[in-house]
Design a protein around this ligand. Structure first.
Ligand SMILES: *[C@@H]1O[C@H](CO)[C@@H](O)[C@H](O)[C@H]1NC(C)=O
Length: 499
């Protein structure tokens, strides 16, 4: 038991170290940082981080086809295949490479150094060599592209020697830690404002995403930068990860604001974080994308995010064209909206057992309302993508507001009210779009837990409801104190068609 506790604590420590991003604020001005950035040139590419580790239940390359098609259709060029050392990793990689090849997508390996050891450069290189020759392998500047999560200190020469070919190595080294002289580019993981120590900012400890950009651009000295963009961050794991993953980063309108920042910065590469990390709530891929349940279903169920990928499309197109505005790339009128399912001060302490239970011997520190909860606003966030100016009407519970939105893309927020969430778009007195969200804002804790994930809806509404599949719901009720009915959006739709 003690041994198990110790190893759990070690695991938590490793995870928190790996996630820590000690980006300084940098000393050079951002204008000189941008000047050195534009010198790097080359084709602009958009990547999306894909967790292979939760896809162990996929049976064939067919199970990857929908993801490949959807990503490509959105303008994503390649999936960064995040791999640990699970026994099924190679089988899944073969499926992913095969599916990518037949769907015109590219993929590359992204080694997760929570599981791989930086001392194992030869092992990393050998794995690169195994996949390097496959058709779907992304090559940049004629080199096999390779990335990572964490990995400072890896022996790059050993990687190259074992790979047996030229690689474009763009790992997630950290400025001041990894040797930036030995690599061709780098990924910054920190797509969220933080306190500099992997938690939400506090007054006086407030590291913006842009400060991370600057630190990386300075460390790279003109080499290509993979800038991160992420819609959200909320995680609420219990005993699975030593009660240590219970925090949010301020997210609200981050997805919109960060894409604007990306267009202004215009780096060579962008990485969307992520396609399918349901556990940290930053997925932009569908809930129906096949995966298993590591406990995340408690906050991912009924929380589709597909509207976020819709919102990104014009930004991706503008990024590739080198434009600073996405407005010329809006194809049709669309409203994308999102909100948390409960207000932030709802009290779930009596029922939330995911963190070990209210009187658990682990102690109180990691339990309860997630760290950083006060950095999220009780608002409904609305991004309008309009061909021409229109009026937007939002009724959130008993709160209602109307505002004018210009042609192109703009962001708005209105106070969140408990109850139904209704949206309409009118132009010259005519209703262009209207609908009721499939998810109400609740004044009780859904499934008895703190859930700071977002529900994302769109107008027009999608033709089908995006839902977690049975494998992805396997752990839904485990450890819960109150009933947690599955897939309630289904029921909500049936209700709303009658009202
Ligand atoms: C951190 O800085 C941002 C941008 O300047 C600001 O909007 C935010 O309120 C700050 N957060 C804290 C906790 O000080």
């Amino acid at each position: 038991m003690l041994q198990r506790l110790v190893s759990l604590l070690l695991l938590a420590l490793m995870a928190s170290l790996a996630m820590t991003s000690p980006v300084g604020t940098g000393s050079t001005s951002s204008s000189s940082a941008i000047a050195s950035l534009s010198a790097s040139g080359g084709e602009k590419l958009v990547f999306c981080h894909f967790m292979v580790g939760i896809c162990g239940n996929r049976k064939s390359a067919d199970d990857y086809d929908a993801d490949m098609k959807r990503a490509k259709e959105s303008g994503i060029d390649a999936f960064a295949l995040n791999i640990g050392t699970d026994p099924y990793t190679d089988e899944q990689l073969r499926f992913a490479y095969l599916s990518a090849a037949r769907n015109g997508m590219k993929v590359f390996l992204s080694f997760d150094f929570n599981w791989w050891a930086p001392s194992n450069g030869a092992g990393v290189g050998a794995k690169v060599g195994e996949y390097a020759g496959l058709e779907a392998q992304l090559k940049v500047d004629n080199k096999v592209f390779v990335s990572s999560f964490a990995g400072d200190g890896i022996d790059v020469q050993a990687v190259v020697a074992a790979a047996g070919r030229d690689i474009f190595f763009a790992p997630n080294f950290h400025p001041g830690q990894g040797n930036f002289g030995s690599i061709q580019g780098a990924l910054n993981w920190m797509a969220w404002p933080s306190n500099g120590n992997n938690k939400a900012p506090t007054p006086g400890h407030n590291v913006t995403v842009a400060a991370g950009d600057e630190a990386y651009i300075n460390a790279l000295g003109g080499k290509p930068y993979i800038a991160p963009v992420s819609p959200w961050f909320s995680t609420h794991y219990g005993s699975e990860v030593s009660y240590s993953k219970n925090w949010v980063f301020p997210s609200d309108l981050l997805w919109y604001e960060r894409w604007q920042e990306i267009l202004n910065l215009s780096p060579r590469f962008v990485e969307i974080v992520t396609w399918n990390d349901y556990g940290e709530s930053h997925y932009v891929g569908p809930l129906s994308s096949p995966h298993g349940d590591d406990g995340n279903s408690k906050w991912a169920m009924d929380m589709p995010h597909n509207g976020w990928l819709d919102m990104a499309k014009p930004f991706i197109a503008a990024f590739k064209a080198g434009c600073t505005s996405p407005n010329d790339f809006v194809q049709e009128d669309q409203l994308v909206y999102w909100y948390r399912p409960t207000k932030r001060d709802v009290n779930c302490d009596a029922t939330d057992t995911t963190m070990g239970g209210a009187n658990n011997a682990i102690g109180n520190f990691f339990m309860g309302r997630p760290n950083g909860w006060e950095s999220m606003k009780d608002e409904v966030f609305v991004v309008s993508l309009f061909k021409s100016a229109a009026q937007v009407h939002v009724q959130s519970g008993d709160q209602s507001q109307t505002f004018q939105a210009p042609a192109g893309i703009s962001a708005h927020s209105v106070p969140m009210g408990v109850g139904k969430q209704k949206f309409a778009v009118t132009r010259d007195g005519n209703t262009v779009l209207s609908g009721t969200s499939l998810k109400d804002v609740s004044d009780t804790c859904i499934c008895g837990i703190y859930n700071f994930n977002a529900y994302v809806g769109t107008l027009p509404a999608p033709a089908t409801i995006d839902r977690l599949q049975p494998d992805a719901l396997a752990m839904l009720s485990k450890g819960l104190k109150v009933a947690c009915p599955m897939n309630t959006l289904n029921v909500a739709l049936a209700t709303s068609t009658c009202t």
